[in-house]
Design a protein around this ligand. Structure first.
Ligand SMILES: Cc1cc2nc3c(=O)[nH]c(=O)nc-3n(C[C@H](O)[C@H](O)[C@H](O)COP(=O)(O)OP(=O)(O)OC[C@H]3O[C@@H](n4cnc5c(N)ncnc54)[C@H](O)[C@@H]3O)c2cc1C
Length: 416
């Protein structure tokens, strides 16, 4: 271990970088060597030729805000790029936005200052890389993982250029197609949704009112997410053929479709950003750990984006893993034993069940709202009305969406 690292994170996306930053800012890891291996690290300073809002944005929960604040990253996000939203309105295609078959969440009802934020993925990433603990304590290795070897007292990451990097614990955070997961011999369950997410930004005739609007259509939901500059960010889950057309068709035609898909709720629409589309898959790893290896983020679970939970679950993984490891170090565990399966199993038991609940709920919602059966249509409209009338149920759902209910990590529960 003299030449290697105590923790080597494979994949420095938002979740992997967060694992490293959390460890680097925790006193129990003060003397430990922490590294991130990333094939394509973000460039610094940010290549801000324009200050425009990037295509890829995420709804960031209260829990994630707290995790990012803990490492000093949240404080670095430029305020004009953090779009708080106060309301969320979800409705069935057969109903109206504020009609009977709709559900309305509001920050006021939940006793929270807002329901979350829309933030560009790249700015979240930059803020973590730029956070004090990450800059001072994390070794960033540029390179591509191609192999993993496991020995009794260490794991070895083998890179495409032949470098070999030893670590007491390897954290697999290399995204939904995770090579590290495969190399560790961990299988997954899941399926393709046969849906794609079309994304762009738009201007709208009527103001978005700091509200996230989501209408469930038979081929998938369309969401208008409010941006601080008055535009809305679109995530429209639809058939692969339709998503391809939305990327290729004339802007005026697509704008009309978008306005119609939201039932004219925000009036006329104008495209105001680049366009893209992403395939959607549900993936859940059968195991989250092996001796000296553990999975976090999309490498462990990829979820349908309709509830905006993917990276939020990943940040909770990161906080839970570091909490478990810190407790073990506090109880006298040797840093070279961080990768013991007994230790990692504590994290696995905690996060695998929490993530399974989230994956199941979101998958169920996608199926329920995607069904064209009359009986299900009636049931979901009735269900939405009943839910909308129950403050208790709404508070529960908002708490889960904010990430602060359920078995949340201590730093999320006790944050001031
Ligand atoms: C359309 C859409 C909308 C979404 N909206 C939301 C939302 O509103 N809220 C939300 O919470 N989530 C959302 N998500 C999900 C969210 O984007 C993901 O959960 C999140 O990006 C996963 O982060 P990650 O760090 O786990 O993985 P990734 O972002 O995939 O990062 C993996 C990293 O590993 C690196 N890597 C891969 N292989 C190797 C290798 N062999 N060697 C070295 N490095 C490697 C990659 O370069 C990359 O940087 C959305 C997803 C989609 C598709």
């Amino acid at each position: 271990m003299k030449t290697g690292f105590h923790i080597l994170v494979i994949g420095g996306g938002m979740v992997g970088a967060c694992v490293a930053a959390l460890a680097a800012s925790n006193r129990h890891f003060a003397d430990l060597r922490i590294a991130v291996l990333e094939a394509q690290p973000p460039t610094f300073p940010p290549p801000d030729a324009t200050d425009d809002i990037d295509l890829r944005v995420s709804a960031i929960s209260r829990a994630s805000e707290r995790v990012l604040s803990e490492v000093g990253a949240w404080q670095l996000l430029p305020r004009q790029h953090v779009s708080a939203y106060d309301e969320m309105i979800v409705w069935d295609a057969a109903g109206k936005a504020r009609g009977a078959a709709s559900i309305h969440f509001s920050a006021g009802e939940s006793g929270e200052p807002n329901l979350g934020y829309i933030v560009e993925n790249r700015r979240v990433l930059w803020s973590i890389y730029d956070s004090p603990a990450f800059r001072q304590r994390v070794t960033l290795l540029r390179g591509e993982l191609t192999g993993l070897e496991f020995e009794d007292d260490r794991a070895v990451a083998v890179l495409s250029d032949g470098r070999r990097i030893e670590a007491a614990l390897i954290v697999g955070s290399d995204g939904a197609g995770s090579l590290s997961r495969k190399l560790a011999g961990i299988q997954t369950k899941g399926w393709d949704y046969n849906q794609r997410a079309f994304v762009t930004h738009v201007g709208t005739e009527h103001p978005h009112q700091r509200t996230a609007w989501q209408r469930f259509l038979p081929d998938g939901p369309i969401a208008f997410l409010p941006l601080a500059d008055g535009r809305s960010s679109i995530v429209w889950t639809t058939t692969p053929e339709h998503a391809e057309r939305l990327v290729a068709d004339a802007p005026e035609q697509v704008a009309k479709e978008l306005a119609l898909a939201l039932d004219g709720t925000l009036g006329a629409v104008e495209l105001a950003g680049p366009r893209g589309e992403f395939p959607l898959r549900l993936t859940h790893a059968n195991e989250y750990c092996r001796e000296r290896f553990v999975l976090v983020g999309d490498a462990a679970h990829a979820i349908h984006p309709l509830a905006g939970q993917g990276v939020n679950l990943g940040f909770l993984d990161a906080a839970a893993l570091i909490e478990v490891l810190a407790e073990e170090l506090d109880s006298g565990l040797s840093p070279t034993s961080l990768g013991e399966r007994r230790v990692l199993r504590r994290y696995e038991r905690w996060r695998k069940s929490e993530n399974a609940v989230a994956l199941g709920l979101v998958d169920g919602l996608n199926k329920l709202f995607g069904s064209r059966a009359d009986t299900l249509g009636w049931a979901r409209r009735a269900g939405l009305s009943v839910l909308d009338g129950s403050m208790l149920a709404k508070r529960f759902l908002m708490g889960r969406a904010l990430g602060i209910r359920g078995a949340a990590p201590a730093l999320v529960r006790t944050h001031r």
